[in-house]
Design a protein around this ligand. Sequence first.
Ligand code: ADP
Length: 210
Amino acid sequence: MNIILMGCPGAGKGTQSAKLLQAFPLHHISTGDVLRAEIASGSPLGKQLGEIVNKGNLVPDELMVEMLEKIVKSTDKGIIFDGFPRTVPQAEALDTMMQRLHREITHVIMIDLPAQEVVNRICSRRQCKKCGAILRVDIKNPLEKCSACGGELYTRPDDTPERATHRLEVYRNSTLPVKNYYQNSGKYVEVNGNQTPEKVFEDITKILEK
Ligand code: ADP
């Protein structure tokens, strides 16, 4: 099984990936996490990437594809692609790469979310520095600590209302065309993301177990 999880920012790709990892023997590649780790390392490349990512823009395709191929080659397990491909050239490069590596994308799952819900969700999103849990807080009364492990919570620098709105624009312009790319492949399915995480996961599991 090699799964592409698609959906706008805040659709719940990270949350569903974590659930999938508990249920299936898969390897998770979140390009957002890979980029944030490089930025946190403070390397010259990380500094360059930080300028792009923190403004809510996309990293150039060639660089993304190169970073991704290294990770794909490092595992024999089935993969959850979370945040990749984000442009049609990335989708084409992924097809070529998978063919070359004698692997195949088996499912393209789109987590659908109404636009008005997106910015709300993103701005109330916090991540735990310690266990990585993604939590939703009440903006008027935000949590101080992670409810799962007590770790410190942080807000991603690209999760402000302005940047979230910009990321949604970038998503509409660059990533939605990827949906058309896969729509007639026989692998494309949509799930309703405007449900509890548990229900979304149930819907995804049904698709994978078919
Ligand atoms: P979200 O889906 O909530 O926007 P991600 O963690 O997937 O969050 O991505 C965060 C940021 O990382 C994106 O806004 C973009 O700047 C960068 N990024 C992630 N994946 C890619 C990709 N495949 N191509 C280009 N940039 C990417």
